[in-house]
Design a protein around this ligand. Structure first.
Ligand code: ATP
Ligand code: MG
Length: 344
């Protein structure tokens, strides 16, 4: 883990950020999150940027301050096409600001309902995001292995070509040899996406991210956000019931009916459903990537007939469905405090 001293080269002056955002003008404000306001800016050096300004009332040593330091420390270590790029940061005059490459299509949650976003585009977005998470869980090397802890469609950003990138690492946990399971004392995650066992036990594992990602997959399929309950029940319970009753046809985004190849829908919904199972039974992100690749391949295959009656096909295919169980090696319950990532 880099110390803040080693990251000095990432510093951007407050003056440069202020110039780029028209002195943080309201017209430049593009969003508001838990960290504070987000502004679009144009910088001579970096081009179009997104500027996250920590709310002053979150203050020093607050959760926001910890998230600020975690985000810088983590993102400076990651280089992957499906992970958002941190260009720099500013810690000056009591301001704490993160500067990212601007992703022109914004976050995935804003596009869920869009009739213009095709099934193939949706599949590619999910596959990109899954590759980003797979990188964090498996590919980055033991030393930098990371649980994201706040996987949701608002934290998946889209560039001008609809390539997806995982963002918002502030809540992430990492450390040398992050264990497969630990108890978190910090509040984390977002309602609608948090796995049920975390709410009751406080346990976090890579499978917690997998659960949240499964929720995102169903958001993409149904074209609605998971933070809103449906029929007085959490979104994930609603989709689980529909999957089990084989009535998915009635809950998928109406604009997708005509486009989805039934085999693709089968592969996609099956892996999404597996992600929502109990911790041990959920797939790894590696397996999620493989199944999404299959869903994309099935969609591109020209010979498959389109069918409006996916549920009938699902009933036939479900006998052969992807149903392996995945074991997880639990090495113990440990706490990785975020303090200490940086010298104080
Ligand atoms: N790099 C970026 N490029 C373009 N838009 C961005 C970028 N980063 C953030 N945004 C926009 O700003 C909004 C707010 O982002 P932010 O991450 O602060 O909040 P959030 O994701 O809604 O919630 P949380 O605080 O839990 O992450 C996003 O939904 C997105 O639309
Ligand atoms: Mg966010």
């Amino acid at each position: 883990m880099s110390s803040i001293e080693e990251l000095k080269h990432l510093q951007i002056s407050l003056q440069d950020i202020s110039d780029a955002t028209n002195d943080f003008s309201d017209e430049n404000c593009i969003g508001l999150g838990g960290f504070g306001q987000v502004y679009k800016g144009i910088s001579e050096k970096y081009g179009t940027i997104a500027v996250k300004r920590l709310s002053r009332d979150l203050g020093e040593h607050s959760q926001g301050d910890r998230e600020f330091k975690t985000e810088i420390a983590l993102l400076s270590n990651y280089k992957h096409e499906n992970i958002v790029s941190l260009l720099g940061y500013c810690d000056e005059d009591g301001e704490k600001i993160l500067v990212y490459k601007y992703e022109s299509q914004g976050s995935l949650d804003k596009h869920l309902k869009s009739a213009d976003l095709t099934w193939t585009q949706r599949l590619n977005i999910c596959l990109d995001a899954a590759r980003g998470l797979k990188y964090l869980h498996h590919d980055v090397g033991a030393e930098h292995r990371t649980l994201h802890r706040d996987v949701k469609s608002a934290n998946i950003l889209l560039d001008e070509n609809w390539n997806a990138k995982i963002s918002d690492f502030g809540l992430s946990k990492k450390g040398p040899n992050v264990p497969d399971s630990f108890v978190s004392s910090n509040p984390c995650g977002t309602k609608g996406y948090i796995c049920p066992e975390y709410e009751t036990t406080g346990y976090l594992t890579p499978k917690s991210d997998v659960f949240s990602f499964g929720v995102v997959l169903f958001e993409v399929l149904c074209g609605r956000p998971a933070y809103a309950p449906v029929d007085d029940q959490p979104f994930y319970i609603w989709v689980q019931k529909s999957y089990k009753r084989k009535t998915l046809n009635s809950i998928i985004h109406s604009g997708l009916h005509e486009q989805i190849n039934p085999a693709s829908l089968h592969a996609f919904s099956t892996i999404a459903y597996q992600c929502l199972k109990n911790g041990e039974e959920r797939p790894t992100m590696k397996e999620v990537v493989e199944q999404l690749q299959k869903a994309l391949g099935d969609q591109m295959a020209p010979s498959e007939p389109r069918s409006d009656d996916f549920d009938a096909l699902h009933q036939r295919q479900s006998r052969n469905r992807f149903d392996s169980t995945f074991s997880m090696h639990v090495v113990g319950i440990r706490e990785y405090p975020l303090e200490g990532l940086f010298p104080t």
